[in-house]
Design a protein around this ligand. Structure first.
Ligand SMILES: Cc1cc2nc3c(=O)[nH]c(=O)nc-3n(C[C@H](O)[C@H](O)[C@H](O)COP(=O)(O)OP(=O)(O)OC[C@H]3O[C@@H](n4cnc5c(N)ncnc54)[C@H](O)[C@@H]3O)c2cc1C
Length: 482
Protein backbone atom coordinates (compact mmCIF):
# COMPACT_ATOMS: atom_id res chain seq x y z
CA UNK A 1 0.00 0.00 0.00
CA UNK A 2 1.39 3.45 -0.87
CA UNK A 3 2.50 5.50 2.13
CA UNK A 4 -0.05 8.03 3.36
CA UNK A 5 1.91 11.27 3.65
CA UNK A 6 -1.12 12.92 5.25
CA UNK A 7 -1.56 10.30 7.95
CA UNK A 8 -3.16 11.86 11.05
CA UNK A 9 -3.42 15.29 9.40
CA UNK A 10 -6.46 17.24 10.61
CA UNK A 11 -9.47 18.03 8.43
CA UNK A 12 -9.14 21.76 9.04
CA UNK A 13 -6.35 24.30 9.66
CA UNK A 14 -6.24 28.05 10.12
CA UNK A 15 -3.68 28.36 7.34
CA UNK A 16 -2.37 26.04 4.67
CA UNK A 17 1.04 26.95 3.20
CA UNK A 18 1.67 25.42 -0.21
CA UNK A 19 5.39 24.99 -0.84
CA UNK A 20 8.45 25.05 1.39
CA UNK A 21 10.70 27.57 -0.34
CA UNK A 22 12.18 30.19 1.99
CA UNK A 23 9.03 32.33 1.67
CA UNK A 24 6.72 29.42 2.49
CA UNK A 25 8.89 28.27 5.39
CA UNK A 26 9.05 31.78 6.87
CA UNK A 27 5.29 32.32 6.58
CA UNK A 28 4.57 28.94 8.15
CA UNK A 29 7.00 29.52 11.00
CA UNK A 30 5.74 33.01 11.83
CA UNK A 31 2.08 32.04 11.72
CA UNK A 32 2.62 28.97 13.88
CA UNK A 33 4.62 30.97 16.40
CA UNK A 34 1.67 33.37 16.54
CA UNK A 35 -0.46 30.43 17.63
CA UNK A 36 -2.26 29.48 14.41
CA UNK A 37 -2.78 25.91 13.28
CA UNK A 38 -0.56 25.70 10.20
CA UNK A 39 -0.26 22.91 7.65
CA UNK A 40 2.80 23.08 5.36
CA UNK A 41 2.50 21.02 2.17
CA UNK A 42 5.53 20.35 -0.03
CA UNK A 43 5.37 18.26 -3.20
CA UNK A 44 9.08 17.32 -3.13
CA UNK A 45 10.65 14.86 -0.67
CA UNK A 46 12.76 17.68 0.82
CA UNK A 47 12.01 21.10 2.28
CA UNK A 48 13.69 24.24 0.96
CA UNK A 49 12.54 24.66 -2.65
CA UNK A 50 15.42 26.26 -4.57
CA UNK A 51 17.31 26.56 -1.28
CA UNK A 52 18.45 22.99 -1.57
CA UNK A 53 21.39 20.61 -1.89
CA UNK A 54 22.17 17.13 -3.12
CA UNK A 55 24.64 14.43 -2.18
CA UNK A 56 26.80 12.24 -4.36
CA UNK A 57 28.85 9.12 -3.54
CA UNK A 58 32.22 9.97 -2.05
CA UNK A 59 30.71 12.34 0.50
CA UNK A 60 30.20 15.28 -1.86
CA UNK A 61 27.43 17.70 -0.88
CA UNK A 62 26.50 20.33 -3.48
CA UNK A 63 24.53 23.49 -2.68
CA UNK A 64 22.22 24.73 -5.44
CA UNK A 65 21.61 28.37 -4.51
CA UNK A 66 24.06 29.15 -1.73
CA UNK A 67 26.31 31.47 -3.68
CA UNK A 68 25.79 34.64 -1.71
CA UNK A 69 23.17 36.88 -0.16
CA UNK A 70 23.12 40.36 1.41
CA UNK A 71 23.82 41.15 5.07
CA UNK A 72 20.09 41.76 5.61
CA UNK A 73 19.73 37.98 6.02
CA UNK A 74 21.27 38.28 9.49
CA UNK A 75 18.46 40.52 10.71
CA UNK A 76 15.74 38.53 8.94
CA UNK A 77 16.98 35.19 10.29
CA UNK A 78 17.24 36.60 13.81
CA UNK A 79 13.76 38.13 13.70
CA UNK A 80 11.83 35.45 11.86
CA UNK A 81 13.87 32.39 12.81
CA UNK A 82 16.47 32.08 15.56
CA UNK A 83 19.67 33.69 16.81
CA UNK A 84 21.46 30.35 16.23
CA UNK A 85 20.58 30.48 12.53
CA UNK A 86 21.58 34.15 12.24
CA UNK A 87 24.91 33.46 13.99
CA UNK A 88 25.95 31.02 11.26
CA UNK A 89 25.87 33.72 8.57
CA UNK A 90 29.43 34.62 7.61
CA UNK A 91 30.97 37.01 5.05
CA UNK A 92 32.55 36.05 1.75
CA UNK A 93 35.85 37.89 1.43
CA UNK A 94 36.96 37.57 -2.18
CA UNK A 95 34.60 38.54 -4.96
CA UNK A 96 36.52 38.42 -8.22
CA UNK A 97 35.85 39.75 -11.71
CA UNK A 98 37.77 38.57 -14.73
CA UNK A 99 36.77 39.72 -18.22
CA UNK A 100 38.37 41.38 -21.27
CA UNK A 101 37.75 44.82 -19.75
CA UNK A 102 39.19 44.33 -16.24
CA UNK A 103 40.31 41.87 -13.57
CA UNK A 104 39.93 42.73 -9.90
CA UNK A 105 39.07 41.41 -6.44
CA UNK A 106 36.76 43.18 -3.98
CA UNK A 107 34.90 42.44 -0.77
CA UNK A 108 31.85 44.06 -2.40
CA UNK A 109 31.38 46.67 0.32
CA UNK A 110 30.35 50.21 -0.51
CA UNK A 111 33.68 51.48 0.77
CA UNK A 112 35.72 49.16 -1.42
CA UNK A 113 33.54 49.77 -4.48
CA UNK A 114 33.86 53.53 -4.06
CA UNK A 115 37.64 53.18 -3.89
CA UNK A 116 37.72 50.94 -6.97
CA UNK A 117 35.49 53.22 -9.01
CA UNK A 118 37.53 56.31 -8.17
CA UNK A 119 41.06 54.88 -8.24
CA UNK A 120 40.90 52.13 -10.85
CA UNK A 121 38.03 53.29 -13.06
CA UNK A 122 38.79 57.02 -12.65
CA UNK A 123 35.17 58.00 -12.02
CA UNK A 124 34.64 61.27 -10.14
CA UNK A 125 33.77 60.94 -6.43
CA UNK A 126 30.60 63.02 -7.08
CA UNK A 127 29.32 60.54 -9.69
CA UNK A 128 30.01 57.56 -7.41
CA UNK A 129 28.35 59.16 -4.41
CA UNK A 130 25.41 60.41 -6.52
CA UNK A 131 24.85 56.92 -7.88
CA UNK A 132 24.95 55.23 -4.47
CA UNK A 133 22.55 57.78 -3.00
CA UNK A 134 20.10 57.45 -5.87
CA UNK A 135 20.21 53.62 -5.83
CA UNK A 136 19.67 53.55 -2.08
CA UNK A 137 16.75 55.98 -2.17
CA UNK A 138 14.75 53.90 -4.65
CA UNK A 139 11.53 52.34 -3.49
CA UNK A 140 8.42 50.76 -4.82
CA UNK A 141 6.61 54.10 -5.24
CA UNK A 142 9.27 55.40 -7.64
CA UNK A 143 9.04 56.05 -11.34
CA UNK A 144 8.97 52.56 -12.76
CA UNK A 145 9.59 53.69 -16.33
CA UNK A 146 13.25 54.51 -15.75
CA UNK A 147 15.31 51.53 -16.94
CA UNK A 148 18.53 50.31 -15.36
CA UNK A 149 20.41 51.34 -18.52
CA UNK A 150 19.04 54.90 -18.15
CA UNK A 151 19.97 54.99 -14.46
CA UNK A 152 23.54 53.88 -15.15
CA UNK A 153 23.92 56.21 -18.15
CA UNK A 154 22.89 59.15 -15.96
CA UNK A 155 25.96 58.69 -13.74
CA UNK A 156 28.43 56.83 -15.96
CA UNK A 157 27.73 57.85 -19.57
CA UNK A 158 29.74 55.90 -22.14
CA UNK A 159 31.39 53.77 -19.44
CA UNK A 160 30.63 50.21 -20.51
CA UNK A 161 33.36 48.94 -18.16
CA UNK A 162 31.72 50.56 -15.11
CA UNK A 163 28.30 49.33 -16.21
CA UNK A 164 29.71 45.82 -16.43
CA UNK A 165 31.18 46.01 -12.92
CA UNK A 166 27.88 47.25 -11.51
CA UNK A 167 25.61 44.95 -13.51
CA UNK A 168 27.26 41.53 -13.63
CA UNK A 169 26.75 40.56 -9.99
CA UNK A 170 23.17 41.82 -9.86
CA UNK A 171 22.18 40.11 -13.08
CA UNK A 172 23.53 36.99 -11.49
CA UNK A 173 21.85 37.71 -8.15
CA UNK A 174 18.33 38.31 -9.45
CA UNK A 175 18.30 37.97 -13.21
CA UNK A 176 17.66 41.68 -13.78
CA UNK A 177 18.80 43.18 -17.08
CA UNK A 178 19.62 46.64 -18.39
CA UNK A 179 16.13 46.76 -19.90
CA UNK A 180 14.30 46.09 -16.58
CA UNK A 181 12.96 48.93 -14.38
CA UNK A 182 15.81 50.60 -12.50
CA UNK A 183 14.06 50.01 -9.19
CA UNK A 184 14.59 46.24 -9.54
CA UNK A 185 18.31 46.94 -9.84
CA UNK A 186 18.60 49.76 -7.31
CA UNK A 187 16.99 47.92 -4.39
CA UNK A 188 19.00 44.72 -4.81
CA UNK A 189 22.27 46.55 -5.52
CA UNK A 190 21.84 48.65 -2.37
CA UNK A 191 21.04 45.56 -0.30
CA UNK A 192 24.30 43.91 -1.35
CA UNK A 193 26.28 47.12 -1.30
CA UNK A 194 25.73 47.80 2.38
CA UNK A 195 28.15 45.28 3.83
CA UNK A 196 29.10 42.85 1.09
CA UNK A 197 28.14 39.26 0.33
CA UNK A 198 27.39 36.55 2.90
CA UNK A 199 26.97 32.79 3.09
CA UNK A 200 25.70 30.20 5.56
CA UNK A 201 28.29 28.16 7.42
CA UNK A 202 27.36 24.50 7.42
CA UNK A 203 25.60 24.60 4.04
CA UNK A 204 21.97 24.64 2.96
CA UNK A 205 21.28 21.24 4.54
CA UNK A 206 22.18 22.64 7.93
CA UNK A 207 20.06 25.76 7.44
CA UNK A 208 16.96 23.88 6.33
CA UNK A 209 17.45 21.29 9.09
CA UNK A 210 17.53 24.07 11.70
CA UNK A 211 14.45 25.70 10.18
CA UNK A 212 12.58 22.40 10.20
CA UNK A 213 13.42 21.90 13.90
CA UNK A 214 12.20 25.41 14.70
CA UNK A 215 8.93 24.91 12.81
CA UNK A 216 8.30 21.63 14.62
CA UNK A 217 8.94 23.38 17.93
CA UNK A 218 6.36 26.01 16.98
CA UNK A 219 3.81 23.39 15.96
CA UNK A 220 3.79 23.53 12.13
CA UNK A 221 2.33 20.32 10.71
CA UNK A 222 4.94 19.58 8.00
CA UNK A 223 4.12 17.22 5.15
CA UNK A 224 6.41 16.32 2.26
CA UNK A 225 5.37 14.54 -0.97
CA UNK A 226 2.09 16.42 -0.85
CA UNK A 227 1.39 17.92 -4.26
CA UNK A 228 -1.52 20.35 -3.96
CA UNK A 229 -3.83 19.96 -6.93
CA UNK A 230 -6.44 22.59 -6.22
CA UNK A 231 -7.33 25.54 -4.03
CA UNK A 232 -11.11 25.56 -3.58
CA UNK A 233 -12.75 28.98 -3.53
CA UNK A 234 -16.40 29.88 -3.18
CA UNK A 235 -18.16 33.22 -2.98
CA UNK A 236 -14.84 35.04 -3.33
CA UNK A 237 -13.31 33.22 -0.34
CA UNK A 238 -10.79 30.45 0.12
CA UNK A 239 -12.44 27.28 1.42
CA UNK A 240 -10.06 24.32 1.19
CA UNK A 241 -7.13 22.69 -0.59
CA UNK A 242 -7.15 19.37 -2.39
CA UNK A 243 -4.07 17.26 -1.86
CA UNK A 244 -3.24 13.55 -2.17
CA UNK A 245 -6.94 12.70 -2.51
CA UNK A 246 -8.03 14.72 0.55
CA UNK A 247 -9.88 17.99 0.88
CA UNK A 248 -8.57 20.01 3.81
CA UNK A 249 -10.54 23.03 4.98
CA UNK A 250 -8.80 26.29 5.73
CA UNK A 251 -9.44 29.99 6.20
CA UNK A 252 -6.31 31.13 4.46
CA UNK A 253 -3.84 29.78 1.91
CA UNK A 254 -0.32 31.08 1.41
CA UNK A 255 0.88 29.77 -1.93
CA UNK A 256 4.63 29.63 -2.34
CA UNK A 257 4.15 27.95 -5.71
CA UNK A 258 4.91 29.97 -8.82
CA UNK A 259 2.53 32.95 -9.10
CA UNK A 260 1.05 31.96 -12.47
CA UNK A 261 0.71 28.35 -11.41
CA UNK A 262 -1.17 29.50 -8.31
CA UNK A 263 -3.63 31.61 -10.29
CA UNK A 264 -4.23 29.47 -13.35
CA UNK A 265 -3.64 25.90 -12.21
CA UNK A 266 -4.42 25.80 -8.50
CA UNK A 267 -7.30 28.30 -8.34
CA UNK A 268 -8.55 28.64 -11.93
CA UNK A 269 -9.10 31.70 -14.09
CA UNK A 270 -12.89 31.78 -13.61
CA UNK A 271 -12.48 32.87 -9.98
CA UNK A 272 -10.79 36.16 -10.92
CA UNK A 273 -12.15 39.23 -12.64
CA UNK A 274 -11.22 39.61 -16.28
CA UNK A 275 -8.82 42.48 -15.96
CA UNK A 276 -6.88 40.78 -13.18
CA UNK A 277 -6.66 37.54 -15.17
CA UNK A 278 -5.34 39.46 -18.18
CA UNK A 279 -2.73 41.20 -16.06
CA UNK A 280 -1.69 37.87 -14.57
CA UNK A 281 -1.41 36.30 -18.04
CA UNK A 282 0.84 39.14 -19.14
CA UNK A 283 3.33 38.63 -16.28
CA UNK A 284 6.67 37.52 -17.72
CA UNK A 285 8.73 34.83 -16.08
CA UNK A 286 12.31 35.44 -15.12
CA UNK A 287 15.03 33.52 -16.92
CA UNK A 288 16.34 30.14 -15.84
CA UNK A 289 19.89 28.87 -15.51
CA UNK A 290 22.28 26.00 -15.98
CA UNK A 291 24.80 24.86 -13.42
CA UNK A 292 27.81 22.55 -13.40
CA UNK A 293 28.66 20.94 -10.06
CA UNK A 294 32.26 19.86 -9.62
CA UNK A 295 34.05 18.25 -6.67
CA UNK A 296 37.80 17.99 -6.37
CA UNK A 297 39.34 14.87 -4.87
CA UNK A 298 39.12 14.97 -1.06
CA UNK A 299 42.17 16.67 0.41
CA UNK A 300 42.98 18.51 -2.86
CA UNK A 301 42.60 22.10 -1.67
CA UNK A 302 42.57 25.32 -3.72
CA UNK A 303 44.11 28.59 -2.53
CA UNK A 304 41.32 30.77 -1.12
CA UNK A 305 42.65 33.74 -3.10
CA UNK A 306 41.08 32.01 -6.12
CA UNK A 307 37.94 33.74 -4.86
CA UNK A 308 34.65 32.87 -3.22
CA UNK A 309 32.65 34.16 -6.15
CA UNK A 310 34.24 34.71 -9.53
CA UNK A 311 32.39 36.52 -12.30
CA UNK A 312 34.23 35.38 -15.39
CA UNK A 313 33.44 36.34 -18.94
CA UNK A 314 35.11 36.21 -22.33
CA UNK A 315 32.51 38.51 -23.94
CA UNK A 316 33.97 41.84 -25.06
CA UNK A 317 31.06 43.79 -23.50
CA UNK A 318 28.20 43.23 -21.04
CA UNK A 319 25.05 42.35 -22.98
CA UNK A 320 21.87 40.60 -21.79
CA UNK A 321 21.42 38.31 -24.80
CA UNK A 322 25.04 37.15 -24.52
CA UNK A 323 24.40 36.17 -20.90
CA UNK A 324 21.51 33.93 -21.88
CA UNK A 325 23.00 32.45 -25.04
CA UNK A 326 23.72 28.73 -25.40
CA UNK A 327 27.07 29.86 -26.70
CA UNK A 328 28.34 30.55 -23.19
CA UNK A 329 30.70 33.45 -22.61
CA UNK A 330 29.91 34.22 -18.95
CA UNK A 331 30.19 31.91 -15.99
CA UNK A 332 29.90 32.66 -12.30
CA UNK A 333 32.02 30.25 -10.30
CA UNK A 334 31.30 29.66 -6.62
CA UNK A 335 34.16 28.10 -4.72
CA UNK A 336 33.30 26.14 -1.59
CA UNK A 337 36.30 25.67 0.68
CA UNK A 338 36.50 23.33 3.69
CA UNK A 339 35.13 26.16 5.90
CA UNK A 340 31.74 25.81 4.16
CA UNK A 341 31.21 22.58 6.07
CA UNK A 342 33.84 22.75 8.81
CA UNK A 343 32.68 19.53 10.39
CA UNK A 344 33.16 17.43 7.24
CA UNK A 345 36.30 16.01 5.65
CA UNK A 346 38.27 18.93 4.08
CA UNK A 347 37.36 19.28 0.42
CA UNK A 348 36.77 21.88 -2.29
CA UNK A 349 33.74 22.06 -4.53
CA UNK A 350 33.01 24.42 -7.37
CA UNK A 351 29.66 25.32 -8.91
CA UNK A 352 29.52 27.16 -12.21
CA UNK A 353 26.27 29.01 -12.98
CA UNK A 354 25.09 30.62 -16.19
CA UNK A 355 21.77 32.28 -16.91
CA UNK A 356 19.87 30.39 -19.59
CA UNK A 357 16.72 30.26 -21.71
CA UNK A 358 14.33 27.42 -20.94
CA UNK A 359 13.46 26.96 -24.62
CA UNK A 360 17.07 26.24 -25.54
CA UNK A 361 16.88 23.09 -23.42
CA UNK A 362 13.25 22.06 -23.07
CA UNK A 363 12.52 20.63 -26.48
CA UNK A 364 15.72 18.72 -27.25
CA UNK A 365 15.36 14.99 -27.97
CA UNK A 366 16.67 12.96 -25.00
CA UNK A 367 19.99 11.98 -26.60
CA UNK A 368 20.71 15.55 -27.68
CA UNK A 369 19.75 16.80 -24.22
CA UNK A 370 22.18 14.40 -22.54
CA UNK A 371 24.91 15.28 -25.06
CA UNK A 372 24.35 19.01 -24.45
CA UNK A 373 24.67 18.49 -20.71
CA UNK A 374 27.93 16.64 -21.21
CA UNK A 375 29.14 19.40 -23.51
CA UNK A 376 28.29 21.94 -20.82
CA UNK A 377 30.41 19.99 -18.33
CA UNK A 378 33.34 19.76 -20.76
CA UNK A 379 33.34 23.43 -21.80
CA UNK A 380 33.01 24.48 -18.16
CA UNK A 381 36.03 22.39 -17.17
CA UNK A 382 37.95 24.05 -20.02
CA UNK A 383 36.98 27.49 -18.73
CA UNK A 384 37.78 26.58 -15.12
CA UNK A 385 41.27 25.39 -15.97
CA UNK A 386 42.40 29.03 -16.12
CA UNK A 387 41.62 29.41 -12.42
CA UNK A 388 42.18 25.84 -11.17
CA UNK A 389 45.11 24.48 -13.16
CA UNK A 390 44.90 20.85 -14.36
CA UNK A 391 41.35 20.69 -13.11
CA UNK A 392 40.44 17.68 -15.26
CA UNK A 393 42.96 15.52 -13.44
CA UNK A 394 41.78 16.79 -10.08
CA UNK A 395 38.04 16.31 -10.51
CA UNK A 396 36.33 13.51 -8.58
CA UNK A 397 32.80 14.32 -9.76
CA UNK A 398 31.13 16.63 -12.32
CA UNK A 399 27.55 16.90 -13.53
CA UNK A 400 25.22 19.52 -14.98
CA UNK A 401 21.70 20.78 -14.29
CA UNK A 402 19.52 22.66 -16.76
CA UNK A 403 16.30 24.73 -16.73
CA UNK A 404 14.47 21.39 -16.98
CA UNK A 405 16.05 20.24 -13.71
CA UNK A 406 14.79 23.34 -11.88
CA UNK A 407 11.33 22.92 -13.37
CA UNK A 408 11.26 19.28 -12.35
CA UNK A 409 12.22 19.81 -8.71
CA UNK A 410 10.34 23.01 -7.90
CA UNK A 411 7.46 23.06 -10.42
CA UNK A 412 8.50 26.56 -11.49
CA UNK A 413 7.15 27.18 -14.95
CA UNK A 414 10.08 27.14 -17.39
CA UNK A 415 12.44 26.57 -14.46
CA UNK A 416 12.46 30.31 -13.67
CA UNK A 417 15.30 30.92 -11.21
CA UNK A 418 13.89 34.11 -9.72
CA UNK A 419 10.13 33.88 -10.18
CA UNK A 420 8.66 36.60 -12.34
CA UNK A 421 9.60 39.95 -13.75
CA UNK A 422 8.66 43.16 -12.00
CA UNK A 423 5.00 43.31 -13.08
CA UNK A 424 4.39 40.10 -11.09
CA UNK A 425 4.71 41.98 -7.83
CA UNK A 426 1.47 43.93 -8.19
CA UNK A 427 -0.43 40.81 -9.27
CA UNK A 428 0.93 38.95 -6.26
CA UNK A 429 -0.05 41.84 -3.93
CA UNK A 430 -3.56 41.99 -5.41
CA UNK A 431 -4.46 38.31 -4.98
CA UNK A 432 -6.20 38.77 -1.60
CA UNK A 433 -8.29 41.59 -3.05
CA UNK A 434 -9.63 39.10 -5.58
CA UNK A 435 -10.16 36.17 -3.23
CA UNK A 436 -10.34 36.62 0.51
CA UNK A 437 -7.81 34.43 2.27
CA UNK A 438 -5.66 33.78 -0.80
CA UNK A 439 -2.05 34.97 -0.61
CA UNK A 440 1.09 34.42 -2.62
CA UNK A 441 4.58 34.63 -1.15
CA UNK A 442 7.71 33.79 -3.07
CA UNK A 443 10.18 34.92 -5.68
CA UNK A 444 8.40 37.60 -7.61
CA UNK A 445 9.05 40.92 -9.23
CA UNK A 446 12.83 40.55 -9.09
CA UNK A 447 12.89 42.50 -5.81
CA UNK A 448 11.19 39.82 -3.70
CA UNK A 449 13.60 37.22 -5.06
CA UNK A 450 16.67 35.48 -3.82
CA UNK A 451 16.98 34.15 -0.29
CA UNK A 452 16.50 37.49 1.44
CA UNK A 453 13.68 38.77 -0.77
CA UNK A 454 11.77 35.48 -0.55
CA UNK A 455 12.16 35.28 3.21
CA UNK A 456 11.07 38.88 3.74
CA UNK A 457 8.08 38.40 1.47
CA UNK A 458 7.09 35.34 3.50
CA UNK A 459 7.21 37.43 6.66
CA UNK A 460 5.18 40.25 5.10
CA UNK A 461 2.45 37.91 3.94
CA UNK A 462 2.36 36.19 7.34
CA UNK A 463 1.45 39.60 8.85
CA UNK A 464 -1.34 40.06 6.30
CA UNK A 465 -2.71 36.61 7.10
CA UNK A 466 -2.45 37.36 10.80
CA UNK A 467 -4.50 40.55 10.31
CA UNK A 468 -7.14 38.71 8.35
CA UNK A 469 -7.48 35.89 10.85
CA UNK A 470 -7.51 38.24 13.83
CA UNK A 471 -10.27 40.29 12.26
CA UNK A 472 -12.21 37.17 11.45
CA UNK A 473 -11.81 35.93 15.01
CA UNK A 474 -9.93 32.81 14.07
CA UNK A 475 -9.68 30.11 16.70
CA UNK A 476 -5.99 29.63 17.42
CA UNK A 477 -4.44 26.50 18.83
CA UNK A 478 -3.63 28.40 22.03
CA UNK A 479 -7.31 29.13 22.50
CA UNK A 480 -8.24 25.54 21.75
CA UNK A 481 -5.73 24.34 24.34
CA UNK A 482 -6.86 26.77 27.05
C1 LIG B 1 20.67 28.07 -9.69
C2 LIG B 1 20.17 29.09 -8.73
C3 LIG B 1 21.07 29.80 -7.96
C4 LIG B 1 20.60 30.75 -7.04
N1 LIG B 1 21.50 31.40 -6.25
C5 LIG B 1 21.09 32.26 -5.31
C6 LIG B 1 22.01 32.88 -4.42
O1 LIG B 1 23.20 32.66 -4.47
N2 LIG B 1 21.53 33.76 -3.51
C7 LIG B 1 20.20 34.03 -3.40
O2 LIG B 1 19.83 34.83 -2.53
N3 LIG B 1 19.30 33.43 -4.21
C8 LIG B 1 19.70 32.56 -5.15
N4 LIG B 1 18.80 31.94 -5.98
C9 LIG B 1 17.38 32.28 -5.87
C10 LIG B 1 16.75 31.71 -4.62
O3 LIG B 1 17.17 30.40 -4.42
C11 LIG B 1 15.24 31.77 -4.77
O4 LIG B 1 14.84 33.07 -5.16
C12 LIG B 1 14.52 31.43 -3.46
O5 LIG B 1 15.12 30.33 -2.81
C13 LIG B 1 13.10 31.14 -3.83
O6 LIG B 1 12.32 30.94 -2.69
P1 LIG B 1 10.75 30.88 -2.82
O7 LIG B 1 10.20 31.04 -1.46
O8 LIG B 1 10.29 31.80 -3.87
O9 LIG B 1 10.36 29.42 -3.23
P2 LIG B 1 10.97 28.27 -4.12
O10 LIG B 1 12.33 27.97 -3.68
O11 LIG B 1 10.71 28.55 -5.52
O12 LIG B 1 10.06 27.05 -3.64
C14 LIG B 1 8.74 26.85 -4.01
C15 LIG B 1 8.33 25.53 -3.38
O13 LIG B 1 6.96 25.26 -3.67
C16 LIG B 1 6.83 23.87 -3.96
N5 LIG B 1 5.62 23.68 -4.72
C17 LIG B 1 5.33 24.20 -5.94
N6 LIG B 1 4.10 23.81 -6.34
C18 LIG B 1 3.60 23.03 -5.34
C19 LIG B 1 2.36 22.34 -5.16
N7 LIG B 1 1.39 22.39 -6.08
N8 LIG B 1 2.18 21.63 -4.02
C20 LIG B 1 3.16 21.58 -3.06
N9 LIG B 1 4.35 22.22 -3.19
C21 LIG B 1 4.56 22.94 -4.32
C22 LIG B 1 8.11 23.53 -4.70
O14 LIG B 1 8.36 22.16 -4.73
C23 LIG B 1 9.13 24.35 -3.91
O15 LIG B 1 9.63 23.61 -2.83
C24 LIG B 1 19.22 30.99 -6.92
C25 LIG B 1 18.32 30.27 -7.69
C26 LIG B 1 18.77 29.31 -8.59
C27 LIG B 1 17.80 28.53 -9.39
Amino acid sequence: MPKDFLKDAQDEYDVVVIGSGLAGLTSANMLASNGYRVLLLEQHYKLGGMATWFKRPGGHVFDISLHGFPYGMVKSCRRYWTKEIADLIVPLENIRFDNPMFSLTTNFSREDFTKLLIEQFKVTPEAVEGFFVKARSMDFQDDQKLTTRELLDEFFPGREDVIRLLMEPITYANGSTLEDPAISYGIVFSNFMSKGVYTFEGGTDRLIGMMEAEMKKNGVDIRIRCDVEKIHCEGGQVQAVEVNGRKIKTRAVVSNANLKQTIFRLVGEKHFDRQFAEEAQAVRLNNSSTQVYMALNPGDLIEESTGDLLFSSTAPVFQTDLLLSRDITSRTFSFYYPRTRPESQPRCLIVSSTNANYDDWAHLPQDEYEASKQDLVETTLDALDKYVPNVRERIAHAEASTPKSFEHYTRHIAGASFGTKFEGLQVSFDLPKQIEGLYHAGSVGIIMSGWLGAMNYGRMVASDVDNLLMNKGSITSEEIAS
